[in-house]
Design a protein around this ligand. Structure first.
Ligand code: FAD
Length: 342
């Protein structure tokens, strides 16, 4: 097995890093404080081809895999998780269309996602042109696995309402919405996949989308490690840098190990998915493992508690990786079930 990136993948990673360093740092604190975002950054990211790289070339995408999408997510999240999430989630939902959408649905939606003409959601529910709705369509079915369906909902449909949710702990640049659907009607042609098969389709969807959440976790952990190393060298106590204390060194060593291990987990998981092999357990391991922000803040002592230091934002941003697209308890339950053959 070879974990080295090929030249194209290295170029993607470098380009994503350069773009993020050029666009994010000056605005990150403002977006976090104001809970806002500048859509021009999204348009630029689309122009440069960073959004929806896993979308096939016939629908305007680059035709790369979920692996390359994850590489971009890691780089974006290392520079700023809030802006990173605003950008990479602009294509969140395309995965279900690629898996189960009709040709008409794919032709209609996917090129617009890549070109920066539309976002797809539920994150981004106030900004998106399309929402992928997981709906209870067959409540009479005895098995709860046969009761749901995916429906493509244009947000200009009568009866669609979105309400911006404010006061999030982290990733505050990212738009989060509460959605409501009042007597909203769409044509049958907007059914994605098979009626009643939504639950199984959702699991297949998560096996793709969780990969870039794994990469988000690695990105924010890497950023926390970078901040920890920087501060440990800068800050002097008792006449010596913090970095000279073994307790601090051990924290940094443990964080570096976690970042490396978590990255290897998601590299393997994403590589396997792109080869057509789904390893649920591995994807779940990769998703919960990367955690460094807590110790990075600890290295900063009292200063880490203030918003003047980036580590405070990272600490808040990192929490979401343990919650969305499967809380960490659910990931661990998946791993345990696989271990125990349940
Ligand atoms: C910023 C943000 C963005 C989001 N974006 C999206 C989005 O784009 N699309 C979308 O669909 N959703 C989105 N969500 C929703 C998110 O996916 C859910 O919040 C998450 O899956 C957890 O579900 P819940 O909030 O219902 O928690 P619950 O399911 O109520 O869980 C609460 C607690 O109970 C535990 N728990 C629940 N069930 C079990 C069980 N069976 N066994 C053991 N423990 C259990 C959980 O691990 C957790 O600790 C978003 C949420 C946030 C905060």
């Amino acid at each position: 097995m070879d974990f080295r990136l090929n030249k194209e993948q290295k170029d993607i990673r470098r380009a994503a890093r350069e773009f993020a360093l050029g666009e994010f740092p000056d605005r990150a604190q403002e977006f976090d404080r104001e809970e806002t975002f500048d859509l021009d950054i999204w348009r630029k990211a689309c122009d440069l081809g960073f959004i929806g790289v896993f979308i096939d070339e016939e629908y305007g995408g680059a035709g790369y895999g979920y692996f390359e999408h994850s590489l971009i997510s890691e780089e974006f999240w290392t520079v700023d998780p809030g802006i990173g999430q605003s950008l990479t989630s602009a294509s969140f939902g395309s995965e279900i269309l690629l898996l189960y959408g009709t040709e008409e649905q794919k032709q209609l939606v996917l090129p617009q996602i890549v070109e920066g003409k539309a976002m797809i959601a539920t994150t981004n529910g106030n900004l998106a042109k399309y929402v992928v709705l997981f709906a209870l369509t067959n409540p009479e079915q005895p098995s709860r696995h046969d009761r749901h369906s995916f429906i493509l909902v244009p947000t200009d449909s009568a009866g669609y309402e979105s309400n911006k949710l404010r006061g999030k702990l982290g990733i505050r640049a990212s738009d989060t919405a509460e959605l409501s659907f009042s007597d909203l009607r769409v044509p049958l042609a907007n059914l994605i996949g098979e009626e009643g098969e939504g639950f199984k389709e959702l699991m297949a969807f998560f096996n793709r989308t969780r990969l870039h959440v794994c990469a988000q976790g690695v990105g924010v952990a890497r950023a926390a490690l970078e901040e920890g190393v920087k501060y440990a060298k800068e800050r002097h106590q008792f006449g010596v840098p913090l970095a000279s204390f073994q307790t601090i060194q051990f924290k940094l060593a443990e964080m570096a190990t976690r970042v490396r291990a978590a990255r290897n987990l998601y590299y393997e998981a994403a590589w396997l998915v792109d080869q057509g092999t789904i390893d649920h357990s591995l994807i779940s391991m990769a998703k919960w493992y990367a955690k460094c922000a807590d110790e990075a803040l600890q290295i900063h002592g009292g200063y880490g508690y203030l918003d003047e230091y980036k580590v405070q934002r990272l600490y808040r941003d990192a929490k979401i990786v343990e919650i969305y697209e499967g809380a960490k308890e659910i990931e661990k339950a998946i791993i345990a079930k696989s271990l125990l053959g349940q």
